[in-house]
Design a protein around this ligand. Sequence first.
Ligand code: GLV
Ligand code: MG
Length: 312
Amino acid sequence: MSNRSRNLPRRSCLSVPGSNERFLEKAPTVGADMTFLDLEDSVAPQEKEGARAKVVEAIRKQPWDDRVLCVRVNAWDTRWTYGDVIEVVSGAGERLDEIMLPKVQSAAEVVALDLLLRQVEANCGLPEGHIGIEAQIETTRGLIAVEEICAASERLETIIFGPADFAASMEMPVLTGGVEIPEYPGDHFHYVFSKILMAGRANGLQVIDGPYLKIRDTEGLRRFALRTRTLGYDGKWALNPDQVAILNEVYSPTQEQFDRAWDILDAYRTATEDEGKGAVMFGDEMIDEASRKMATKFVSRGERAGLSRSNS
Ligand code: GLV
Ligand code: MG
C-alpha cells in the first residue's frame, strides 16, 4: 500500500528468511518498524519456489499489526523474479505494502518491476500503485546509477544500501561486509553512504542502511548505526530481536532533542509571524529558516517514533 507505508517509520527493518516456517511465525512478535520476508539470498536455490507459498501464507495468516510489510524477491539476473512477484502479489497483495528489489543496477530494472506490478495489480483487483518498491544498491554499477534509479518510479519508497554484496562487488579484501575496518583511516563507506543518501533525499525517499552481520556484537552495531544515523539515514536492517531494540533507539530522536525542536519551531513562528523577523536569538544561538527546516525533521521523526512533547 504505497501511500499507507511511504511515511511510516523504518528505524528497524527485520529480515526474515522466507523458507523458514519457525522464523516466519515468530516475526510478528518482534517489534520492528518494517519486516521483510526474504526470497533472495537467505533462501537456498532449491527452496526458492517452495518459499513463495510459505511467504504468502505468513502474510495472510499472521497478525502483522500496522508495520510496513515487504517481500524481497530475487534479482532480475536470476530466473525467479517474475514468478516471485506474480505468486506473492496475487496471493497476498492486499496486506503487502512493498516489493524489495535487490542488486538494482539501472533505472530500467525498477521500471520493469513497476510495469509488472501494474499488470499483476490489474489482474488481482488491487488499485494501481498499491504495491510500493524498495530498491537495494549493492553493486558498483548500481551505485554509479543511483541517481537515475531513485527517480525511476513513483512507487519507490526507499533506497537501501547492501554492504555485503557491495563489498563483494568492489572486491574489497574483507570477509564480513558492513562492519568497521579499523585499519582504514576514516570510514571506508563514507562516500557510498553520502551518495545514496543524497540521491534518495533528492527524490523524497527514505534511506536505509543494510545489515550488520556480527549479530552478537551489539556495541559494534550501535557504533556503526550511529554513522548513518548521524548522516541522516532513517533506519537499518536487523537480523534478530536484539538488533531491533538497539536500532529503534539509535534512529529515534531523544526526548530532549524532540522537545528542543518544538521549542525552536515555536520561537521561530513567534519571531516571523508576530515580530516580522527572519532571524532571532534562541538561547545562545541564532535561528532562522534553515533552523526551522532542521527542527521540522526532528519533530516528524520523533512523531514517527511515537514521541510526544513533554514541555507543551
Ligand atoms: C544485503 O543484501 C547486503 O548484501 O548487504
Ligand atoms: Mg545483498
